[in-house]
Write a protein that binds this ligand. Structure first.
Ligand SMILES: [Cu+2]
Length: 147
């Protein structure tokens, strides 16, 4: 009887392992992306998101592009003597099994020259190109800033 119980336990745990290995997560995930709404005529908008690296490799975000903007750069807002200024970064590093948060007052996408006025409720297609030619396409909604 005891042997049978152990055997059934073995079956259940084996099936659980199979189920887990089949529910594969994407190597790179984009969580909660948004672009801050800007006044009409703004020449730049800021985009935010969490980029999750589920892989065992360190990765680099090399570039971002969108048909809705002329150019996208990576910036980090840094405070010095009580004033914020933005430092451009050529790329962003995301360690294995780690994530990077793009958020107000920190890293962000600096999205230049929108091709049309973007309002809350609009959304924008953005392509992110990582190391090893991994490309992630994401749809980013425009939202009013929430503090
Ligand atoms: Cu910026």
């Amino acid at each position: 009887m005891r042997i049978i119980n152990l055997f059934s336990l073995f079956i259940v745990s084996t099936l659980t392992l199979i189920a887990c290995s089949q529910s594969k997560v994407a190597p790179i995930e984009i969580d909660a992306p948004w672009i801050r709404e800007a006044p009409p005529g703004a020449t730049a908008m800021a985009g935010y998101m969490r980029i999750i690296n589920n892989s065992e490799n360190n990765i680099i975000l090399h570039s971002a592009s969108s048909p809705a903007f002329k150019a996208i750069e990576f910036h980090r807002s840094v405070e010095k003597d009580g004033a914020y200024r933005m430092v451009p970064h050529l790329h962003l590093h995301i360690a294995a099994n780690a994530s990077i948060e793009l958020r107000p007052g920190d890293y962000h996408l600096m999205m230049f020259n929108p091709t049309s006025t973007l309002k809350e409720g609009d959304s924008v297609e953005v392509e992110l190109v990582f190391s090893q030619e991994q490309t992630v396409n994401t749809t980013i909604p425009v939202k009013k800033a929430q503090y």
